[in-house]
Structures are given as structure tokens and as C-alpha cells.
Write a protein that binds this ligand. Sequence first.
Ligand SMILES: [Zn+2]
Length: 312
Amino acid sequence: MKEELSLLVHVDVDSPIKLLNFYQINNVNYNTETLEQFYKTAFERALNFFSDHNIKASFFVVGDELQSQSVKGTVRKAHLDGHEIENHTFSHPFGLAGLERGQRKEEIVKCNELIFQTTGRKPIGFRSPGYSMNNELIDELDQLGFTYDSSGFWSIMNFVLKVSHKMLFKNGLKNEGFGQVTSKLPLMPYTPDKSNWLTPGSGRKIIELPLPHTPFFQLPFYHNFNLWSPSFYSDVVSKTVRKPCLVYLFHIIEFMDMKDNIPNELSIHPNLKVPVGQKLKRSKTIMDNLMKRYAITKTGDFCSNYNSLKGI
Ligand SMILES: [Zn+2]
């Protein structure tokens, strides 16, 4: 029974610099050494956590930070541990889908090159910063030979966040991607149609692995939201969510807290003030609940299997 349900574990590697950029906070002193230390500590904790649970995950990394030899070494270790290193663009620009074609392509290709230098493996997966996606961007990913994209994301929070961000932050947040996706986004992996990536169809090879939301209230189902919610909520949801394929998304910052040399300005980020020990305990409960029903599957294996069932 258990093998029928696949759990794909993903981690977006957004450093404090990229998160500060999202909140439009500038002039924060955060040097390369601190960044390298961030990667070391965060990856060590994440890799230990995954190894305890026998999880092989996909890490979506930002290319420009791989220019540091130390960061390269940290990411290479994850690759050598059997995790998959995938593309989260070169500089993590928000509103990627809206950028000019050449710029978009450069963001993707440069990140691929740095990942290849780091691991010797060509990335097969992509996630757009802020989940920004459209037909042109998915075409480019398809042409570049990506096996899958996992940027499709819709929940009731798209709407709530858009409104609340406008009210809370004078200048708004860098979340241009929100809103392009509609509630019509399929919930299961599919091959996006050539004329409309939001519907299953023909004309493309790339697979879309949409991020899940809960059946009731259409709330997001990813780790930071579950950490933030009351524990009875994350407990009930992680015990009951039942989709044949579930992408469960972590962010690397969830393995850190304010004691880890995080700029004070970033304390507004949800759950960063919660001690890391407490978060790990909660993460363990959620993963244990999910793994009672789900078999952890490497995303690359899932996609090969998906394609072979389709006869590709
Ligand atoms: Zn990101």
C-alpha cells in the first residue's frame, strides 16, 4: 500500500541575502564569510535531519552563491550524499517570468553551469524564485532540456499575501510572481499544454510538479507554513493529506535561527525567532506522520518512472 504514494522532498536554498532582498531590506552588512558559514551550518543540519529519516532530497540552489569555493564544497557534499542539486536561477530575481528573454535565459544557463562545475551533473529540475512562471519561461526550460519544473503553486494565500503585503509594507514585497497562477492549476504532476502551461496537454516534454495545497480551505502545504501553524493543525494535516504524489517543500532557513548570525532585520521572517531545536522536533513529527503513508522518492526517479509510464 505504502509504495503507491510518493513523497518528493524539496529544499529551496534561499540565503539571508536573498530573503532580505525579498523584503526589500537594503544596506545590511552581510559578508562572504558569514554567508559561507550560513551554508555550512544550514546544510550540516539539513543533511543530518534527512539522513536520520533516510530522505534523499532535491536542493534548489542559487548560482551566484556557488562562486564561493567554500559554498561549492558544502553543496558538493550534499550531492555526494545522494541528494539532487537543481536550478533556482543565477541571482534569484523576483518576477523572472516577466524579464526579457535573454535575461531569463542567462539566469537559467549560468546557474546550470555553476551547478555542473560543483557536482559534475547537469540539473534536471527548476524552481522559479517567488514561483513566477508563464508559457515562455516553461518553453525555455523545455528547450534547455529540463526534465521538470516545480514552480506551479496556488493557494488561498496567493490572494491573502498580495493584499496583506500591500497593507504591511509601503513599498510592497518582491513577489511579482504571485497571482499569475490561478486556482485552476492541476494538483497532480502533468505535462503542460503547448498553448497554456496551466493545463495538461501535449506539445512539450517537460513535466510540471505543482506544489500542493490542502483540500480544505486551500491553505498552502509547505514546511514553513506548517511550522508557523498551531501544532494540532500541522499534525492533523500531515496525518491526513493523501495525494498520490506530494512535493513537500522546505526552505534551508528553517534549519537556522536568530542565533546563527542572521541579520536582525530578518527577524520578520516567519519562524526565524523559533529556536532551531524546537523546529527540528516539529519537523520530525511532520515527516514521521507523512512517512507512515508515503514512500520517499527521489524526484529524478519519479520523473523517469512517470515518463516510462507514458511510454517516452
Ligand atoms: Zn527562493
